[in-house]
Every structure is written in structure tokens, then in C-alpha cells.
Write a protein that binds this ligand. Sequence first.
Ligand code: HEC
Ligand code: HEC
Ligand code: HEC
Ligand code: HEC
Ligand code: HEC
Ligand code: HEC
Ligand code: HEC
Ligand code: HEC
Length: 421
Amino acid sequence: MSRSRETTNEVPDNVKAARTLRAAALVVMAVVLLFSLTLVTVTAQLPKAPTRRSSMRNAASHKPRIDYARFSHDTHVTRQKLACDSCHKFPTKNWKDVRKADIAFADVAEFPEHSSCLNCHRQQFFARERPAPAICSNCHVGVSPRDTTRFIFPTLGDVSDPTRKRRDSVSEFVVNFPHDKHMDVIAGNFQPGGDRSVRFVQAAFQKEKPKEESDPKLCVICHKTYGPQGDSAEEYVTTPPKNLGDAFWLKKGMFKTIPVSHAPCSSCHNTDAGIEPAPSKCDACHKLLPAGNLSVDFDPKVATALGITDRIILERWQRRASAGTFPHEGGAHPGLSCTTCHNIPTMNTSDLKTLKVAVKSCGGAEGCHISVTSDEGGALNFEIDQRKAKTEFQCTKCHLVFGGQPVPASHLEAIPKPVKK
Ligand code: HEC
Ligand code: HEC
Ligand code: HEC
Ligand code: HEC
Ligand code: HEC
Ligand code: HEC
Ligand code: HEC
Ligand code: HEC
């Protein structure tokens, strides 16, 4: 079979060769021919030249086989140049059923239909794989004549339906949300040419009544502490070993959430309000995460060792690019305004490096973790001094991975100069 795949571009040779076979091999020939024809049809329907396909296939014969259980947008959007709406329909016909009448809004609330895949994936859809072809599992929980249920579509993060499973996967996208352009609007101070946008601000926004742009109430509309300390007396997310000592273990309340659905956007970006981007313009808000040259302070091995399987935690943690151990609910942090650490005007949520929190902000107004000298208790001072004394010293107060690297200039600059008497 694999030989016939490599020679798809020379179907006639294949056929010629097959013709020389004796009668006993006729069955084999028929299979090969059928298979080649399928591939020819598939190839002809691909927008890109077949050369790319065959070179991909050659590469694939050395690498592990293509995993049809793991759909990737990089393949389909970046390489195949498919538009979002070639698969995702807006709105899907189930939108009125998934949310109750008063909170329902036109939304993409279901997986793409078979027809958006079949042109290219007939072969995978009809693959002889048990219990079902691998490709089905991108959308279906299980496919048997009795069970054709699908996962709950991920846009329904705000919908709780204990009868339906969620697919465990980490998003390939980041969301473009220009905070600076929104804070005024959401605080209710936005009046370009009348009341249009304000009228569409849903009750949820009015209720919170944020006063000004830096009011944390404004941020809380979309960002809440995930798994807050108050849930149970247990301090840690998973049970630490008895001899933990000073070693890192994940505490509750470390992460802030991000929106899990279109609900907070739909109060303004809906089909009636006319505020661009319209909800059907998927790619105005969703940007593929560029394949990582951003280094992150996250180590999947640590997460595994700690037994962390929570999708929301893993998703946030693997995007920590400043401080992998920073807890929002730790110490004096909850009392601080969000904007002491997050610089809204310079944040571009689709460019992760702009989301870095400056190490200076760890000093705060009172010099919390940064003091003039180590004697005054600054953790940063302590760790820099330790590193000077011992080159192999690992900085573990704020870091998981970065702490083993050279001390960046930003850290040295953050230490205030002693005031001369
Ligand atoms: C070839 C079909 C296809 C195209 C084109 C496509 N999608 Fe998808 N998309 C899917 C399928 C299938 C899923 C569900 C499987 C999965 O979650 O990976 C999905 C899931 C998603 C998800 C949830 C999973 C995640 O990674 O966050 C988002 C968001 C999404 N699509 C946005 C988009 C946007 C934006 C575009 C256009 C830039 C787009 N899609 C183009 C088929 C497609
Ligand atoms: C225009 C053609 C085209 C369409 C439409 C298309 N695919 Fe693909 N898909 C490809 C190509 C090309 C590959 C690369 C691997 C290969 O050659 O099969 C691929 C690969 C895949 C893979 C392997 C992992 C990956 O993404 O690289 C999955 C899973 C997949 N497609 C699922 C789907 C589903 C589900 C749909 C419909 C929602 C769909 N595809 C629509 C062309 C297409
Ligand atoms: C890209 C996502 C996707 C993939 C991949 C997919 N399906 Fe579906 N499937 C759907 C959606 C969406 C529906 C509902 C269509 C509708 O209601 O109009 C559906 C419906 C069905 C139904 C009809 C039963 C029902 O609940 O409406 C069957 C049977 C089915 N799929 C089997 C399969 C099999 C078998 C595979 C793999 C060979 C597969 N599907 C792959 C999205 C998918
Ligand atoms: C209307 C909803 C909304 C409001 C209000 C809002 N944000 Fe966001 N915020 C978002 C979205 C959407 C993202 C991007 C999430 C993603 O990457 O998918 C984001 C991302 C962020 C991030 C980056 C997260 C990361 O991955 O590192 C920070 C930090 C942040 N917001 C802080 C704030 C602060 C501080 C405020 C209040 C001044 C605020 N936000 C108000 C919706 C909101
Ligand atoms: C004392 C500084 C500080 C304060 C105050 C603070 N944050 Fe953060 N925040 C951070 C750091 C550090 C990160 C991790 C950034 C990284 O590593 O990429 C972070 C990350 C985030 C993220 C991304 C998810 C996560 O937890 O990794 C969001 C969203 C966020 N903060 C929102 C807020 C909001 C909303 C407030 C106010 C209610 C707030 N933050 C207050 C320092 C702070
Ligand atoms: C209270 C109303 C309101 C809410 C809620 C809202 N937006 Fe907006 N959004 C606007 C307005 C008004 C504009 C136009 C602002 C401008 O052009 O200065 C806009 C513009 C945008 C733009 C285009 C910005 C540009 O550079 O042109 C994007 C992207 C966007 N919003 C994403 C989102 C996302 C994502 C959410 C949900 C997390 C959201 N918005 C929630 C009112 C809102
Ligand atoms: C106005 C901005 C905006 C538009 C337009 C938009 N989205 Fe979203 N989308 C968001 C935000 C914000 C979230 C929640 C944050 C997140 O999941 O990162 C989200 C979440 C999703 C999710 C769930 C992602 C996950 O991994 O949980 C899917 C799937 C999705 N959108 C698909 C689409 C598709 C398909 C379209 C076009 C029909 C679309 N979106 C249009 C802003 C938008
Ligand atoms: C009080 C918390 C804190 C301590 C202590 C700390 N860091 Fe950092 N570190 C940060 C923050 C916040 C950032 C991201 C912003 C920046 O670079 O200013 C960061 C970033 C880094 C980076 C990434 C720089 C880049 O450009 O991507 C490295 C490497 C690093 N730290 C190493 C260290 C080393 C080595 C030590 C011990 C001497 C240390 N840090 C101590 C908070 C801390």
C-alpha cells in the first residue's frame, strides 16, 4: 500500500505494472487502482499543487504517520489557505437551543459539517479503523450506530451541560482584544455619534458599574481568579509531598481566567449593533499563535509531576512568559490594582511578548520584592546576590525555567540605587 502512495503521480505506470500481473493478482490490482483513483480525485480537489502533497507524504513516511485525530488549523488555514467560513458557519442552526431565550445570541455553536471536509478527506472518513475512523474523534465523542454524540462546541464555555463532554485540547489561537480601545467603551464613557454602542451594553456591564479605566471591576467582567482559595481549606491544587519544604508546588488562586465564550463580546459585536468586527468575522478576533519563538517560564514536566490536568490551568500556565510561579491570590497581590502590574496601553493580546509584566512592578510602591540591599529583604536582591556567589544558583522565587538562565539586564536595572547621604 505504501508503495502505491509514493507513486500516485504516475498512475499510468502503476496501471501498466499492474496489468502484467497474473490473474491471481487481479484482486490486488483492483484495490491498488481504486486507491490510486481516490488519491487522484483528492489531489485534484486540493487548491495547492500536488507536488506539495507528495513531498509532504514523503516526509511523512520518515516521520510518524499523520494523526487524523488531531485537527490543526495550521494545516488548513496557513497551508491550505482555507477561509474560516469554509468550515465554520455563522450562525449555526442550534444557537437558539444552546442558551436560554433571554441570554441567547446568534453564535457559532456547533462543529463544522461533514460537507466541509469530505472533498479532501473522503479516504479518512471511510477508513477501515475500529471502532470508528480516527478523524471522527475531532468532533464526535464516539461513533457507533447507537452513539453519534458530539463534544460540546468549545464556544460554549459558558454553558454548563453535564451530559455533554468537552474535548480536551489546548487552543491554537490567541484572541485579539485591544484593551485600550475598549476600556472607555465598557466603562460607559463611549459616545461616538450618539447612544448606539452604549445601548448595546448588556445588563452585565451596567451592573458592575466601573467608574474609570483602571477600576479593577472593569477587568473582573472578563477576568476572574480561577479556582479561588475559598473553594476548600486545601491550599494547593494537588496534594504535595510531606517533605515539600520550600520547593514549588502549585497553589490555588494563581491564575486569572480569560473569557470562555463570545458572551462578553456579543453585547456589542452582534449582528444588530453594526460595531465592527461583526461576529462572523472570525479572523478579526482569532489569530493563530505563531509557532513559538517566545520563551515561556513553564515546564510541562513540572505540571505532569504535580499531577495538573486541568485544561484552563495548563492553557494559562503554558503562556506565562514573565513569572511562572506568580500567584494572583498570594500575599498582598489581591489588594493591588490590576494596572500596577499590567500596562494596558502597551498590551496587544495577539502579540504575547507585549503581555510581559515588567519586573519593576514586583517592587511595587513599597519595594515588596525589590529593595535597595538584600538586608532589607527583597527577594530579587537575595537571588541576585546568591547567583553572584554561586553561578549554579537557581532563582526559584518567581521562576520555573528562567531562574537557571543568566540574570537579565531588566533585573539589575530594577534595583534602586542607594540614596547618597
Ligand atoms: C478545514 C476546516 C476549518 C477551517 C478552514 C477553520 N476551522 Fe476552526 N475548527 C475546525 C474544526 C474541525 C474544529 C474542531 C476541532 C478542534 O477543536 O481542533 C475547529 C475549532 C476551532 C476553534 C476552537 C479550537 C481552538 O484551537 O481554539 C477555533 C477558535 C476556531 N476553530 C477558529 C477558526 C478560525 C478563526 C478560522 C479561520 C482563520 C478557522 N477556525 C478555520 C475546522 C476549521
Ligand atoms: C482543501 C482540502 C481540505 C479540506 C476542505 C479539509 N482538509 Fe484536512 N487536511 C488537508 C490536507 C492537505 C492535510 C494534510 C495531511 C494530508 O495530506 O492528509 C489535512 C490534514 C488533516 C488532519 C491531520 C492533522 C492536520 O490537521 O494536519 C485532520 C485531522 C484533518 N485534516 C481534518 C479535517 C476536517 C475535520 C475537515 C473538515 C472540517 C478538513 N480536514 C477539511 C486538506 C483538507
Ligand atoms: C468536523 C466535525 C465532524 C467530523 C470530523 C465528523 N462529524 Fe459526524 N457530525 C458532525 C456534525 C456537526 C453533525 C450534525 C449535522 C447536522 O445536524 O446537520 C454530525 C452528524 C453525524 C451523524 C448523524 C447523527 C446525528 O447526530 O445527527 C453521524 C452518523 C455522524 N456524524 C457520523 C460521523 C462519522 C462516522 C465520522 C467519521 C468518519 C464523523 N461523523 C465525523 C460533525 C462531524
Ligand atoms: C470585555 C472583556 C475584557 C475586559 C473588560 C478586560 N479584558 Fe483583559 N483580556 C480579554 C481578552 C479577550 C483577552 C485575550 C485572551 C486570549 O489570549 O485569548 C485578554 C487578555 C488579557 C491579559 C493577557 C492574558 C495573558 O494571556 O497573558 C491581561 C494581562 C489582561 N487581559 C488584563 C486585563 C485588565 C488589567 C483589565 C482591566 C483594566 C482587562 N484585562 C479587561 C478581555 C477583557
Ligand atoms: C502584583 C502584580 C499583579 C497584579 C496586581 C495583577 N496581576 Fe495579573 N499577572 C501578573 C503576572 C506576573 C502575570 C503572569 C504574566 C506572565 O508570566 O506572562 C499575570 C497574568 C495575568 C493574566 C493571564 C492569566 C494568568 O494568570 O497567567 C491575566 C488575565 C491577568 N493577569 C489579569 C489580572 C487582573 C484582571 C488583575 C486585577 C484584578 C491582575 N491581573 C492583577 C501580575 C499581576
Ligand atoms: C461595550 C461594547 C463592546 C464590548 C463588550 C466589546 N467591544 Fe470590541 N469594540 C467596541 C467598539 C465600540 C469598537 C470600535 C472601537 C474603535 O474603533 O476605537 C470595538 C472594536 C473591536 C475590535 C477592532 C479594533 C480595531 O483595531 O479596529 C476588536 C478586534 C474587538 N473590538 C474585539 C472585541 C472582543 C474580542 C470582545 C470581547 C472580549 C469585545 N471586542 C467586546 C465595543 C465593544
Ligand atoms: C468580536 C471578537 C470575536 C469574533 C468576531 C469571533 N470570536 Fe470566537 N472567541 C472570541 C473570544 C473573546 C473568545 C473567548 C476567548 C478564547 O477562547 O480565547 C472566543 C472563543 C471562541 C471559541 C472557543 C475557543 C476555545 O478554545 O475555547 C471558538 C471555537 C470560536 N471562538 C470560534 C469562532 C468562530 C468560528 C468565529 C467566526 C464565526 C468567531 N469565533 C468569531 C472572540 C471572537
Ligand atoms: C520578584 C520576582 C522575580 C525574581 C526574584 C526574579 N525574576 Fe526573572 N523575571 C521576573 C519578571 C516579572 C520577568 C518578566 C519581565 C522582565 O524581564 O522584566 C522576568 C524575566 C526573566 C527572564 C526572561 C527575560 C526575557 O527577556 O525573556 C529571565 C531569563 C529571568 N527573569 C531570570 C531571572 C534570574 C536568573 C533570577 C535570579 C537572579 C530572576 N529572574 C529573579 C521576575 C522575577
